[in-house]
Design a protein around this ligand. Structure first.
Ligand code: DC
Length: 220
């Protein structure tokens, strides 16, 4: 069985950075499942689909011409790596992610990332729905204020203008929507809690690695 480390948590918790680094240390593949919802939202906007057009959105998700290559994300032949990180796209992704047909459309695609020697997957339902048999499940979070600050710095580094108050309000609204939706809501479930409010990225990575070392069966 190919091992999976599932890292779920709210927006801007730093789970993407932690997951990517854990994957690099272990030589595992990495799945940024949020990017799939973001690309779906972007493709929907470009196709003129309303965020509640369940049927067409589901089809769009199932057939999404998305590719991850060399650190970039492609929609058809176009690089959309930065386009999917805007606050507009974050909000729209949260809306399409609440559509059951979209989640169903992306399920098989996400499971296809499970390839040897292993996978680190980050999102909201990696441990609960997509990889329920994951070797390790982590719920990675941080206070909303710290997450707003991290998102602010991230956007500034990319030269994208941002306002801290607006970011905090958006993060809280998205948290509420992601946690309260009927399908695959964000929840800790049986995952181990990793609160990174007062941790550095390195400390968070080390914690996940040591949990994984303790969880995985000894090599024979
Ligand atoms: O992790 P992120 O901020 O890039 O996720 C973007 C949106 O997609 C977010 O509103 C929650 C949603 N999402 C989800 O519902 N399930 C996932 N596995 C990953 C993301």
């Amino acid at each position: 069985m190919i091992p999976v480390i599932a890292i779920d948590g709210p927006s801007a918790s730093g789970k993407g950075t932690v997951a990517e680094r854990v994957a690099r240390v272990l030589g595992f593949h990495y799945l940024d499942s949020g990017a799939l919802y973001r690309v779906t939202a972007l493709a929907a906007r470009r196709a003129g689909l309303a965020p509640d057009a369940a049927g067409p959105l589901g089809e769009l998700a199932a057939q999404l011409p998305v590719r991850f290559e060399g650190g970039d994300i492609y929609l058809s032949e176009q690089v959309v790596t930065d386009d999917i990180r805007t606050e507009d796209c974050s909000r729209e992704a949260s809306l399409v992610a609440a559509v059951p047909e979209v989640r169903a459309g992306l399920l098989v695609r996400q499971r296809a990332f499970r390839q040897a020697p292993g996978l680190v997957a980050d999102g909201r339902d990696m441990g609960s729905v997509v990889f329920p048999d994951a070797a390790l499940k982590v719920f990675l979070t941080a206070s909303a204020a710290v997450r707003a600050e991290r998102r602010y710095n991230q956007l500034m580094n990319k030269g994208i203008p941002a306002n801290m108050q607006v970011l905090l309000r958006d993060i809280e609204a998205r948290d509420a929507r992601d946690a309260s939706r009927a399908v695959a809501p964000l929840q800790q479930g049986n995952a181990l809690l990793l609160d990174t409010t007062h941790l550095t990225i390195e400390q968070a990575v080390d914690q996940v690695l040591s949990w994984y070392a303790a969880a995985r069966p000894p090599a024979s």
